[in-house]
Design a protein around this ligand. Sequence first.
Ligand code: HEM
Length: 393
Amino acid sequence: MVAVVLDPYDHRFHWDPYPFYRAAREHDPVYYYAPGGFWLLTKWDDVNRAFRDHKTFINTGALALEKDANEKLPYPLFIASDPPEHTRQRAVLAPLMMPGALAKLEGYIRQRTRELLQPHLPHGRIDFVADLACFLPMDVISVLIGVPAPDRDAVRGWADALIAREDGQIDLAERNVAGYMSLAQYFEEHTARHAHAPGEDLLGAMLRAQAGGAMSHTEVVGNLILLAIAGNETTTKLIGNMAYRLWQHPQQRAWLCDDPGLIPRAIEETLRFDGSSQILVRRVAHDVTVRGKQLRQGDRVGLCVISANRDADKFERPEEFDIRRGSRDHMAFGYGVHACLGAALARLETRVVFEEILRQLPQYCIEESGLRRAHNPNVRGFTHVPATFEAPR
Ligand code: HEM
């Protein structure tokens, strides 16, 4: 019997969780994490079933893995609700998040990417996360929810404080709750400022829904908190993960430089191979058996998508990064009723960023000793990805 250890709160685990997940898939796929008191599903089939069976694996009361999250983080976020409440709120936002509606942002995304890259080009050095990726998604989501430029660093700082975890920290800490409450306070004031003149953006759509009775005030504030976090943290991390994986695979990077039309394939493969969303949370609505393990009503369950996306029963050569794969069967954006609302936006931002990086500094070289990680059980990626390149003459 192989002893399996999965510890999503261990900082060392975050550096390379994949061997641990593989052991879990092979020897203990429905894993009980006793210190946190929750289950972890690691096989593609089981994670996919949980996404599809949203009446058994529910989102209400499943805001975060931590047992006290619902009490300490009081605003209602629609990700932590179920139909029909979830359907009602998602319908307000969804039309504005379709690829067609987002296309008009491409010019802004490209211009902002160039502005962020520009000051670093003469020096031949850049940190792909700290100088670029931590700003761009926050700028874009800020445009959609009306956060003015001078406020964006503060909003990003509060989101970072909310997700940061000390090594081995299983419960929410004061600074996590403080980050959340600062976001709440900011968006309380923000909604009050805009309530009388809602624009055509996501904020305006929610304020109009509130005026028409389709969303409550606390839902609007909660969903702004959700968008500020979801629209920012995961895309930032995906860009860092992709810069790192392309550097590790120079031949594949060269293909992209020759044919930038392949970049969307590289994005899908990065999402599969090293996605930035590690574990999604559910609660069990009624007793259910998974691979012979009895899950009880009220239990918390983590759906380990980064493990599912390397399941050998689903993918050939799962441990190989291969942009030619062209598979969209990964669940990096979830699946089913809660599938990521921002997937099209994340794909657009990441494509434009890599079109610019690979055009302007195609031979970048990452300084491995300078890599630093964000530590959180749900979000996976770097805070620092320093790189050097030949400065243009
Ligand atoms: C690479 C970037 C991203 C990744 C990997 C990612 C991942 C995910 C995943 C896995 C879910 C499913 C959650 C669940 O089933 O419980 C989700 C939901 C969601 N995402 Fe993203 N996301 C990304 C970018 C974005 C962006 C840019 C936005 C901003 C607009 C966004 C907004 C949301 C929202 C609002 C939900 C909740 C949807 C619902 O409950 O119906 N995400 N995301």
